[in-house]
Design a protein around this ligand. Structure first.
Ligand SMILES: [Zn+2]
Length: 158
């Protein structure tokens, strides 16, 4: 296992990468727990989600050896809100599909890109099909979303 100090270094580097990415921003909802992250990210381009901003929770307690627990924190039209997601390669349900060293930026990018994918859906927490009306309604709401972590989507990415 990676010791705590090494873990903190790895997470600091990951945070730096996300800070440079104009499509996402990380927050810390619990100042006493550096392994719980919230990340806001933009909806994927050229999809019904484009223009929306989505907010997710990550538990990185066993990262980078193990995939994190990941869930979305509000209605979004693609993933069940407040349910830990099962996505092979990026979330904890399938550790055998996890590649240690996968960056948090890559995890968020996968979460972002997979929102709009219409085939092969239906893992735990993943809607089996997409409903455009729902997506557009949830997208509108996502733009004024606020979270106790400090995320305020009305003022984010401006
Ligand atoms: Zn938050």
């Amino acid at each position: 296992m990676t010791d705590k100090q090494t873990k903190m270094k790895i997470l600091a580097k990951q945070f730096g990468e996300i800070a440079k990415n104009p499509n996402m921003k990380a927050f810390f909802p619990d100042k006493t727990n550096p392994f719980i992250w919230h990340v806001s990210y933009k909806g994927p381009q050229d999809s019904d989600f484009q223009g929306g901003i989505y907010h997710c929770h990550l538990n990185l307690a066993h990262y980078p050896e193990c995939a994190p627990e990941v869930m979305l924190l509000h209605e979004n039209g693609s993933y069940n809100p407040n349910e830990l997601l099962c996505i092979v390669g990026i979330t904890h349900y399938h550790q055998e599909g996890w590649t240690p060293g996968t960056s948090i930026e890559a995890i968020i990018t996968a979460l972002q890109m997979l929102m709009q994918v219409t085939t092969g859906r239906g893992g735990i927490g993943v809607y089996t099909s997409l409903d455009q009306k729902q997506i557009l309604k949830d997208k509108e709401k996502s733009l004024t979303y606020t979270c106790k972590c400090g995320a305020n989507h009305a003022a984010l990415f401006k």
